[in-house]
Design a protein around this ligand. Structure first.
Ligand code: NOJ
Length: 557
């Protein structure tokens, strides 16, 4: 594999609203980010991805953009952003913006104009259709809020919104819209931004004629836009612009199969994206969507991860992550809050030593956890409210039962303010925080972990440093062992005469591990572990709760 800068990179994701508040208004902001750049640098990462920081009415906390070429005034100004860009570059860190082009906010000027009449320059910027008599144009349901169609009186037509009502879908079949996208990309690239995370990019082309979809409780019709007829053609146009710069692009592909991802990401002149954000491994404790909770299934996790490791290897490049702003905290899902430190370290090693570019979400590095709120009204997010509607209406959930479920699965678990120290509001703000701070901040916070060499935070630092410039971890081939085990995840990375053996227990109970026949543990060096002593018994050991051991081997031949 050719050596490219993004292949040795680790990226830190910032969801600004909850990161650090500099002015006491209870909302995280860009000067807050600036004040923490030294901290971010100290993690050893060399990239920052900002979830959307553009002006927005916050119907989907920034994923509803009302102006693509400016900064959300709640977060600061373009000058603040340029300062961060400059400071990040000085520290050798790249900066990536979130490019949300499947939809805008209904408060974007384009939509305001478009919804005035059917004969103005913006009328065709969105997807407008007449109703079928009294009925909506088709049976599509949105991901966030009932029907995917909203009626507009001025036009006597409906507009399509695959997400919330306030997120009308752009009509990407209109070349003028694609030109706008190109302008937006150039605006940020000319400023010095290094690339984009492209939001639900696989949804941008809708099937001709917008046919009815297979009925589902949400997102009916998704089969007609999850990989539409012109997707590759439009991505090609965007990539051509990006190729004029040294631009990195990672696409978000809900439901995208590894087969399609390989098609988008294969090296060469036809490459459309550098990597793809897969969802498969985030479904190991749910069925299709986070809210349809099932018990955690390790084999499901291993299958998903191994499939992407194996299928993409040697062709494109993988995006590695176990947390972001769309999922509950991972220790509470795949690890154990009782063994927060141990299972947090195990999960970190499990994914950070795989093949691809890792992303680390704010607070993940200190093992922040989920939150149980007391009232449904304390939640803030359109997706939580839609699920409240569905669960109370269709399944007759009481508020208490819903709150118990939300505490396990809602993406808002990942949006509580970052816990910096044990002072009031976890040091996030001197004002009233916009969203509840997790009570556990007195024990779980950055400051406490800075002072503890054995903390999860310092474990992340060691892992990130180990990856950097380590050809075995960056380029080595992946192979899984003992796939049928429902307790252990064991894999190898191999390159030339070097091997790593990563052994992860996903259980509290003791589990017997015996090394594969081609390994002699006594000849390996333990490079990472989450317990002080790593005794072996024969060519194996019995695991402690959520134990991880990483052995390094040099083969002398
Ligand atoms: C995916 C984003 O990650 C999520 O936060 C957002 O709600 C949807 N796309 C809609 O933009």
């Amino acid at each position: 594999m050719e050596k490219k800068w993004y292949r040795t990179m680790s990226v830190y994701q910032i969801w600004t609203r909850s990161f650090c508040d500099s002015n006491g208004d209870g909302i995280g902001d860009l000067p807050g980010v600036l004040s923490k750049l030294d901290y971010i640098e100290s993690l050893g990462v060399n990239g920052i991805w900002f979830s959307p920081i553009y002006p927005t009415p916050n119907a989907d906390y920034g994923y509803d953009i009302s102006d693509y070429m400016n900064i959300n005034p709640e977060f600061g100004t373009l000058e603040d952003f340029k300062k961060i860009l400059d400071e990040a570059h000085k520290r050798g860190m790249k900066v990536f913006m979130d490019l949300v082009i499947n939809h805008t906010s209904d408060e974007h000027e384009w939509f305001k104009e478009s919804s005035k009449s059917a004969d103005n320059p913006y009328s065709d910027y969105y997807i407008w259709r007449k109703g079928r008599g009294k009925k909506k144009p088709n049976n599509w349901l949105s991901v966030f809020e009932g029907s995917a169609w909203e009626y507009n009186k001025n036009r006597d037509e409906y507009y399509l919104h695959v997400f919330a009502k306030k997120q009308p879908d752009l009509n990407m079949d209109n070349p003028k819209v694609r030109d706008e996208v190109k302008k937006i990309m150039r605006f940020w690239l000319d400023m010095g931004v290094d690339g984009f995370r492209e939001d639900v990019i696989t949804f941008i082309s809708k099937a001709e004629g917008l046919p009815n979809g297979f009925p589902l409780p949400v997102a009916t019709g998704v089969e007609h836009y999850k990989h539409g007829p012109h997707l590759e053609e439009y991505l090609r146009e965007f990539r051509d612009v990006q190729n004029e710069y040294d631009c990195f692009a990672v696409g978000e592909g809900p439901m995208t199969s590894v087969k399609d991802a390989v098609k988008f990401c294969t090296e060469g002149k036809d490459k459309l994206l550098d990597m793809m954000i897969s969802f498969d491994h985030m479904n190991a404790d749910c069925f299709m969507a986070d809210w349809v909770k099932t018990p955690f299934n390790l084999r499901k996790l291993k299958s998903a991860m191994s499939t992407w490791q194996n299928e993409m290897y040697g062709k494109g490049w993988n995006c590695l992550y176990i947390e972001n702003h769309d999922h509950a905290r991972v220790i509470d899902r795949y690890g154990s809050p009782k063994y927060r430190r141990e299972s947090g370290k195990m999960l970190a090693a499990m994914y950070l030593l795989q093949w691809g570019t890792p992303f680390i979400y704010q607070g993940q590095e200190i093992g922040m956890g989920n939150i149980r709120l007391d009232r449904v009204g304390d939640y803030k997010d359109v997706l939580t409210f839609n699920n409240y509607r569905l669960f109370s209406k269709l399944l007759h959930y009481s508020d208490e039962k819903f709150l118990d479920l939300a505490a396990k699965v809602s993406r808002e678990n990942a949006r509580t303010p970052v816990q910096w120290n044990s002072e009031k509001n976890a040091g996030f703000t001197t004002g009233e925080p916009w969203f509840k701070v997790n009570e556990n901040y007195r024990e779980i916070n950055v400051e406490a972990q800075e002072n503890d060499p054995d903390s999860l935070l310092n474990f992340y630092r060691k892992l990130i440093a180990y990856r950097r410039g380590n050809d075995l971890v960056v380029y080595g081939k992946y192979k899984e062992y003992y796939h049928s085990s429902s307790d252990l995840y064991v894999y190898e990375r191999k390159r030339k005469n070097e091997r790593l053996l990563v052994i992860c227990s996903f259980r509290e109970k003791p589990v017997k591990f015996k090394a594969p026949v081609n390994y002699d543990l006594s000849r390996g060096e333990v490079v990472f572990s989450n317990y002080k002593d790593c005794p072996i018994d024969g060519n194996g050991f019995v695991t402690k709760p959520y134990e991880v051991r990483v052995y390094h081997f040099m083969d002398n031949n």
